[in-house]
Ligand binder design. Structure first.
Ligand SMILES: Cc1cc2nc3c(=O)[nH]c(=O)nc-3n(C[C@H](O)[C@H](O)[C@H](O)COP(=O)(O)O)c2cc1C
Length: 215
């Protein structure tokens, strides 16, 4: 049974990294709504370099679990969204991004500038720098999906415990893909995780420059 929907504030306050899921299937309309939220995330130059593989079949979840240090929740989740970045996405999608932008009111001068600045900027990246860039973009989309799933009454589990090469093999990913995170979605089974708490604002936030407290 689906849990009641929540406001965004409730979802943020009540969310825990789900330790165990009951495995019940997720309706495709809900899954699509969650994925659409990911697609709405902002990204550098609007290049949208994320790619998502949705794993729901029992056989594929089992294989993915084996590629994820045997984490049981990978197999138990209703769906696991494997969030990847495509290191070559900007090469393939620059024209499409500009075409859509121009249709939505992007000034011609902006498009002309982006046509040269995007390749100039991104083609200079080392592999490590590109992975760092993709991590930023893809995790924002993951956050949008995670929070949307929580507002719809689902429980979620973000995961970085997986082996890059093994996930590549299981999902038959193109070589240009970089796996960033797994997002398990479903319904909690058993007791929820403890609340680990958070550092307070004084510990973490500064005003105007490092070390000055925010009043
Ligand atoms: C990027 C990321 C990767 C994570 N990877 C794992 C993981 O592989 N396995 C796991 O059990 N929990 C994982 N977690 C969950 C964290 O341990 C959890 O969010 C943290 O302890 C805080 O607990 P809370 O989310 O319940 O507040 C991950 C969380 C994030 C944000």
């Amino acid at each position: 049974m689906k849990k009641p929907e929540k406001t965004l504030a409730q979802a943020i306050a009540e969310r825990r990294a789900t330790p165990s899921f009951d495995g019940s299937p997720i309706p495709s309309e809900d899954l699509k709504q969650i994925l659409q939220a990911g697609l709405q995330a902002p990204s550098g130059y609007n290049m949208q370099p994320w790619r998502f593989i949705v794993v729901q079949s029992p056989e594929q979840k089992k294989r993915l679990r084996a590629a994820s240090y045997n984490q049981a929740k990978v197999e138990e989740a209703s769906a696991v969204i494997v969030a990847c970045g495509d290191t070559d996405g900007w090469r393939k999608d620059l024209d499409l991004m500009l075409q859509q932008g121009l249709a939505g009111g992007m000034p011609e001068s902006y498009a002309a500038q982006a046509r040269s600045s995007v390749p100039n900027y991104l083609s200079s990246f080392s592999s490590d720098k590109m992975h760092g860039w993709l991590n930023k973009q893809v995790m924002l989309a993951v956050s949008f999906m995670l929070l949307t799933a929580e507002t719809l009454g689902y429980d979620t589990a973000p995961m970085e415990g997986f082996e890059q090469e093994k996930v590549h093999e299981v999902l038959r990913l193109p070589l240009s893909y970089w796996v960033v995170a797994l997002l398990g979605i479903g319904h909690l089974k058993g007791p929820d995780k403890f609340d680990g708490g958070r550092f307070n604002i004084a510990h973490t936030v500064f005003s105007e420059e490092f070390g000055k407290p925010l009043k």
